[in-house]
Ligand binder design. Structure first.
Ligand code: PMP
Length: 363
């Protein structure tokens, strides 16, 4: 169970170099190939030239720079919300937003398979944590119907679940939230840039724009960079700017990271073919894996997982693939439930057909 760091000596592409050997990478969240895109890099370089590297202070002191504001406006425009705010990481966005929105006397209602950063935010908030069965709206309703003794109720769910690749049943969640007077927060980390007609996420995928109170996401996956965001109403953003400790009490992220994210959003809007390539790859791989009858999670996205079971077996299989120059680390408890260790595969737009076929033949 001891984890080790692997050191990548190249840029993040479909191939990465580790210990001098070139591996085909199937575990990156760089879904649209923007982490090493020439235009994104140029935007970051230009920002460094103009604004320098560091911000020198937290956002509410003197760390808010022109590019933070531009990125926040750009995200709000992209998401179709009235406002947005940027955090140094997606982890900090979740931890900070949840712990600012609920506290003692409130209930936070979460899917059993939500991401660790959501769980940590819930723990920090001091609100009562009520857990419903994964993706199960009957279970959610039974939790909600028993949660009337709390001041506020907040439902939080991953949009695309990070370890299984399935999508949350958001329309039913929104309906139930209205019925039981709860707020809804969706984590679009793995959906931003990927899901929905124009890559705006699971909210767009379901056509639920304007019906979700808190839309959180990262700049670190399909956008290929670094940072997190929360998008929503002007009131929500003003409240969080005042109350959110992971926003208030930390140094503002570098302006270059903001410039890179703005450029990545521009590319995502200008080049829908990236998303089209990604979905073609997903379809091809899924078809091949389905015909092999492997035990897979119920994926509906670019994240797929072959369930192995025992942690040691998953590690052995991952090592075997690595010997054949395929990089897919084993995912083990506590990241996934005991007995469900897996090979988690993430597909990128930049994978070639032959990459996918090679993976299938080795699996
Ligand atoms: N939410 C989910 C669902 C995630 O998978 C992750 C990253 N693994 C995060 C939030 C945190 O985002 P970041 O990596 O930008 O801190």
């Amino acid at each position: 169970m001891l984890r080790e760091l692997r050191t990548v000596e190249s840029a993040q592409e479909r191939h990465v170099t580790i210990a001098g050997k070139t591996c085909l990478c199937f575990c990156s969240n760089n879904y649209l190939g923007l982490a090493n895109d020439a235009r994104v890099k140029e935007a970051a370089r230009n920002a460094i030239e103009k604004y320098g590297w560091g911000t020198g202070a937290s956002r509410l002191i003197s760390g808010t720079m022109r590019l933070h504001r531009e990125l926040e406006e750009r995200i709000a425009q992209f998401k179709g919300t009235k406002g947005s705010m940027v955090f140094a990481t997606g982890y900090m966005a979740n931890v900070g937003a949840i712990s600012a929105l609920v506290g003692a006397g409130d209930a936070v209602i979460i899917d059993r398979l939500n991401h660790a950063s959501i769980i940590d935010g819930c723990r920090l908030s001091g609100a009562k944590m009520l857990v419903y069965r994964h993706g199960d709206t009957k279970s959610l309703e039974s939790v909600l119907s028993g949660a009337h003794g709390y001041k506020r109720r907040l439902i939080v769910t991953d949009g695309v679940f990070s370890m299984d690749g399935d999508i949350c049943p958001l329309p039913d969640i929104v309906t139930l939230a209205k019925r039981y007077d709860a707020m809804v927060m969706v984590d679009e980390a793995h959906a931003t840039g990927v899901m929905g007609e124009t890559g705006r996420g699971v909210v767009e995928y379901y056509g639920l724009e304007g019906q979700v109170d808190v839309e959180m996401g990262t700049l670190s996956k399909a956008l290929g960079g670094m940072g997190g965001y929360v998008a929503g109403s002007k009131e929500l953003i003003a409240y969080l700017q005042n109350k959110c400790r992971s926003f208030v009490y930390t140094t503002a992220p570098p302006p270059a990271a903001c410039a890179a994210a703005i450029e990545a959003l521009n590319i995502i809007e200008k080049e829908p073919e990236r998303r089209e390539r990604l979905w073609k790859n997903v379809e091809h791989l899924k078809k091949s894996l389905t015909t092999m009858n492997l035990p897979m999670t119920n994926s509906a996205s670019q994240i797929m997982a072959v369930i192995v079971g025992e942690a040691s077996k998953a590690v052995a299989k991952s090592k075997k693939l690595y010997r054949k120059n395929i990089l897919i680390p084993a995912i083990r408890p506590p990241t996934v439930p005991k007995g469900s260790s897996r090979l988690r595969i993430s597909v990128m737009s930049e994978h070639e057909r032959e990459d996918l076929d090679r993976l299938v033949s080795l699996l």
